[in-house]
Design a protein around this ligand. Structure first.
Ligand code: 5GP
Length: 207
């Protein structure tokens, strides 16, 4: 930890990608390697996969619970992705921004649009794409967690989603995972140094 960090609001880093682009690997590595960056834990109606842990990977809820959470306005954004609903809890996000803590959201294009609309000046958006469509297909098959129909659905959606990159601040072509992680680290470091993020009234060397 540095001796002195100028006061500023927390930054919301959004990472989006078509499924199979390697986004989860990159964002997990970023969370391990970037100091003072926390993951937002989404609420979802989808069932846990493999080694996923309740409360760490997601908060897994029923459709009724999700609807109640949504109706109580506890979500900063929500979207239906494939057959499930996903949402970002609002309170932890607001608290992080207000107290200068940075937070990473791994959410889809629809969710990114909603967060950007609501938190424009505090949001930095990053889009991750594999170098080729074939690469995406291979990665999805290698993962082996979905049926053929689900893979086809994800591929179709990926083609659509890839076009949304123009709405984002940064594009990472994930050819080499280590290089992609370095790029993400650089983005976070640069964004943290922006003068426009400093708290109003900040005067260097005041004390
Ligand atoms: P998966 O089911 O593979 O974990 O995630 C499927 C998609 O849902 C991914 O694109 C992921 O980024 C997105 N997603 C996960 N959590 C959220 C969320 O809270 N809101 C939105 N809008 N999308 C999410």
């Amino acid at each position: 930890m540095k001796d002195f960090v100028p006061p500023r609001r927390g930054i919301v880093f959004i990472v989006s990608a078509p499924s199979g682009a390697g986004k989860t690997t990159i964002s997990r590595a970023a969370l391990d390697r970037i100091p003072e960056l926390a993951a937002s834990v989404s609420v979802t109606t989808r069932r846990p996969r493999g080694s996923e842990v309740e409360g760490t990977d997601y908060r897994f809820v029923t459709e009724d619970e999700f609807r109640r959470i949504r109706e109580r306005n506890e979500l900063a954004e929500w979207a239906q992705v494939f057959d499930a609903c996903y949402g970002t809890p609002k309170q932890p996000l607001d608290e992080a921004i207000a107290s200068g803590r940075d937070i990473l959201l791994d959410i889809d294009v629809q969710g990114a649009r909603q967060i950007r609309a609501a938190y424009r000046r505090d949001t930095v958006t990053i889009f991750v794409l594999p170098p080729t469509f074939q690469e995406l297909e291979q990665r999805l098959r290698r993962r082996g967690t979905e049926s053929e129909a689900a893979i086809q659905g994800r591929l179709e959606r990926a083609r659509e989603e890839a076009r949304a990159y123009v709405e984002y601040d940064y594009l990472i072509i994930n050819d080499d995972v280590d290089e992609s992680i370095e790029m993400l680290l650089s983005i976070v470091t640069a964004e943290r140094s922006r003068v426009t993020r400093l708290s109003p009234g900040f005067v260097p060397w005041k004390s």
